[in-house]
Write a protein that binds this ligand. Structure first.
Ligand code: HEC
Ligand code: HEC
Ligand code: HEC
Length: 354
């Protein structure tokens, strides 16, 4: 009995992933996500030309890159927007990525196409041209409000190529609609200065930002305290309507909007560093929380938050506790979130009941 439940859950989750991929693809071609992905400024036309040339190349067409990526003004939403790829990745990184995506991001949906050396050179030739000249001093000088300047830099660096705010952007990095509530500005600054140094193996690139850019960007990030929540909600309800989503599938969209994984890690299986927090100085694995905790306890933690317990009572306060999500969730969204948490309990945990 329990075994068949476990199997059903896993099957539905997988089916939903496929449905969501198809849906986001459809929305990208016809819907609100097809809006321009560039900051409206300076040298868009050069960038757009390089991107369009790549999109029209024989190789990109043959491998159908745009089913998953937006290149130029069109394409899918499964992967990052590629227009400014060379603002964030080196040639060396790109060669490694195309030779074996899975070695840089285990479990990635990006296929290994097995490019020949000549194809790889051709690809690199196109991608290295897809780079924006960003004049950050000008942006900073033109905007005295750091939140506004940070918002302009956020656009200029195309952070929405991977992240989402409201109903804009992509799904590769955590949704930033609520980032200002869950992270401090100091932490964001540490993170932006060098993500892979902070979390080895992370897919977030190092943009080699200057301190004054980081200051503005974090002011902008910190201002994101759920103002775009209604837009995100609208997008979700449209998605749910089209998918005729069940509670756990709606709950998954809710979990992605508030980005539980930005602390608890991918699949909620264990996340970022949390010095002096019990038991292992990491934000904990909560993938089996719905099995380990009584439902009322779980509801309480999500609504009211939970302070991290200190490992060394005399030591410093751990930087992260579980925030209270009361402001972000309606009653029915909380129900959906619980259904989602139930659906991600690893099969190995459920098998124990055999
Ligand atoms: C089936 C979907 C899919 C296809 C087809 C696909 N990609 Fe990707 N690609 C992804 C995903 C998803 C990622 C991001 C990694 C992740 O989240 O797993 C990615 C990442 C990338 C990245 C790194 C992006 C960044 O911002 O660092 C590059 C470059 C890239 N793909 C290029 C291509 C090219 C060129 C093609 C066609 C030859 C292609 N991809 C085809 C799904 C796809
Ligand atoms: C190639 C995709 C990609 C791009 C482009 C990207 N990020 Fe990220 N970002 C990620 C991923 C993936 C994570 C999650 C890191 C992890 O836990 O491994 C992340 C995490 C973050 C976080 C912390 C997590 C949170 O939400 O609480 C912040 C803040 C952030 N990114 C800001 C930015 C900013 C600002 C830019 C533009 C300058 C940017 N990112 C561009 C992929 C990206
Ligand atoms: C700012 C980082 C952060 C975010 C975002 C976050 N959490 Fe937490 N969460 C924590 C920390 C730290 C703990 C550990 C508290 C402790 O020591 O008991 C925790 C603990 C928990 C626990 C208790 C685990 C246990 O076994 O006692 C649950 C359940 C939980 N989080 C659920 C969630 C859900 C659901 C979300 C998204 C709605 C979320 N968290 C988002 C940081 C975060």
């Amino acid at each position: 009995m329990t075994i068949s439940i476990a199997h059903n859950l896993a099957r539905h989750t997988r089916r939903f992933t496929i449905a969501l991929a198809l849906l986001t693809l459809a929305l990208a071609q016809f819907g609100p996500l097809s809006s321009k992905s560039f900051a409206a400024s300076d040298d868009d036309s050069e960038l757009l030309k390089a991107a369009q040339e790549f999109s029209n190349s024989a190789l990109a067409k043959q491998k159908n890159c745009i089913t998953c990526h937006t290149i130029g003004e069109n394409g899918g939403t499964v992967g990052p927007i590629l227009n400014q790829i060379s603002n964030r990745r080196t040639e060396e990184w790109l060669r490694k990525w195309f030779s074996d995506p899975n070695s840089l991001k285990p479990g990635t949906k990006m296929p290994n196409f097995g490019f020949s050396p000549a194809e790889l050179d051709d690809l690199i030739k196109h991608l290295t041209k897809m780079k924006r000249t960003i004049n950050s001093e000008e942006i900073l000088a033109a905007n005295s409000d750091p939140i506004v300047a940070g918002g302009e830099l956020f656009k200029a660096y195309d952070c929405l190529g991977c992240h989402r705010i409201g109903d804009e952007g992509r799904f590769v990095g955590p949704n930033l609609t609520w980032v200002g509530m869950r992270k401090s500005q100091e932490w964001e600054a540490t993170w932006l200065a060098d993500p892979p140094a902070y979390k080895p193996g992370t897919f977030m690139p190092n943009f080699h930002l200057k301190p004054n850019e980081i200051e503005a960007l974090t002011a902008f990030l910190h201002s994101q305290q759920g103002q775009a929540n209604d837009k995100a909600r609208k997008w979700e309800s449209m998605t749910s309507f089209i998918l005729d989503a069940r509670p756990r599938e709606r709950g998954r969209l809710v979990a992605e909007r508030v980005a539980c994984w930005s602390c608890h890690g991918e699949g909620l299986t264990g996340g970022i560093k949390n010095p002096n927090a019990k038991p292992d100085e990491l934000v904990p694995n909560i993938s089996s929380a719905s099995l380990d905790l009584a439902e009322e306890v779980l509801r309480g933690i999500i609504l009211n938050g939970k302070a991290a317990e200190k490992l060394d009572p005399a030591g410093a306060e751990p930087p992260f506790s579980c925030p209270s999500w009361k402001k972000a969730l309606t009653d029915s969204e909380l129900d959906d979130l619980l259904a989602y948490l139930e659906s991600i309990v690893p099969e190995s945990e459920l098998w124990e009941f055999e």
